[in-house]
Design a binder for this molecule. Structure first.
Ligand SMILES: [Zn+2]
Length: 300
């Protein structure tokens, strides 16, 4: 990274279960600066030290930093409450610790909200009307956007992945049972594939998509079941919010051709709303850019 003292940069950090991406926002746009391994087992202190060292080397007076992170985030207190992707990171005061290391204001938010913020800023999500954004990956993230503003309720709005779709269903890490993300996120897809194929070993979503592209029966059936459960949740969200439409994003959307049609037909079977579900283009830097925007907006 180049040394740019006093540059007025707003830093954005996207902490995922395997990779952390950081970059900076200036008036002329966002630049991705680095990506590093997250290494959840080493703990949050270790990661924050690495991040702050990289930022301090590049910028001796950061204006702000924003952190997007998968999991339950107390954005008002700046604390990561818990994260399914980062086992053992509980009630960790990210804002307090990182703002001490960087000597600048720090804001933290859920990673889906950070991703949505970038989509709002780049006009990928319209700035009028009510829209929902949903990320499909290891879990299901959600964001409610009204007239270009993210709605938080008392702080945690948009946790659609933990909406109950099967009262006595599969156990979830959140402590409940039958959560939507236990039926329409990556582990569920692998489970369906295992059930249909009879294979006992784990198969990744990418491999299942490859098999589906070869018209392999078990893979196509796994995606059909996945899409059906996706449709079930989308119907519930339409009933609750009556949105203009929904944007889908996340790691599983590369395989949307195999499951979106099943979601749409389940949706049509269960409700009379017009299906307006769109796929946002994938971008590995969007979460970090959105986090930088959130940090900048809360610092002013
Ligand atoms: Zn849950």
């Amino acid at each position: 990274m180049n040394n740019q003292p006093g540059s007025g940069m707003h830093w954005g950090i996207d902490i995922g279960g395997t990779t952390t991406i950081l970059g900076y926002l200036k008036p002329d746009g966002f630049t991705a600066a680095a990506s590093l391994k997250t290494d959840p087992a080493a703990g949050p202190d270790s990661l924050l030290r690495k991040i702050s060292r990289m930022i301090n080397e590049a910028d001796d007076a950061p204006c702000s930093a924003g952190v997007g992170i998968a999991g339950l985030v107390d954005r008002y207190e700046g604390v990561l409450v818990s994260s399914p992707n980062l086992p053992g990171w509980k009630d960790y005061p990210i804002r307090r610790n990182l703002s001490t290391m960087l000597n600048c204001p720090v804001a933290i938010d859920n990673d889906c909200n950070a991703f949505a913020m970038q989509a709002i800023e780049s006009s990928s999500i319209p700035d009028s009307g009510l829209w929902l954004m949903i990320t499909l990956g290891t879990g299901i993230g959600g964001t409610i956007v009204q007239d270009g503003t993210i709605l938080y309720g008392t702080g945690y709005a948009g946790e659609f992945g933990h909406m109950t779709v099967e009262a006595s269903g599969r156990e979830c890490l959140c402590g409940s049972t039958g959560c939507w993300e236990r039926y329409a996120a990556s582990e569920a897809l692998s489970d369906y594939y295992r059930e249909y194929s009879g294979e006992m070993i784990y198969t990744s979503p990418k491999e299942i998509a490859h098999q589906a592209s070869m018209k392999q029966y078990s893979a196509l059936r796994a995606f059909e079941e996945f899409g059906t459960w996706l449709g079930v949740g989308l119907v519930n969200l339409y009933h609750c919010f009556s949105p203009e439409g929904i944007y889908l994003a996340g790691g599983l959307m590369g395989a949307s051709e195999f499951f979106l049609k099943h979601a749409e037909s389940e949706f049509g079977r269960r409700c009379r709303y017009a299906w307006n579900v769109n796929v946002l283009p994938s971008s590995s830097d969007a979460g970090a850019e959105g986090a930088a925007i959130i940090g900048r907006n809360r610092a002013v």
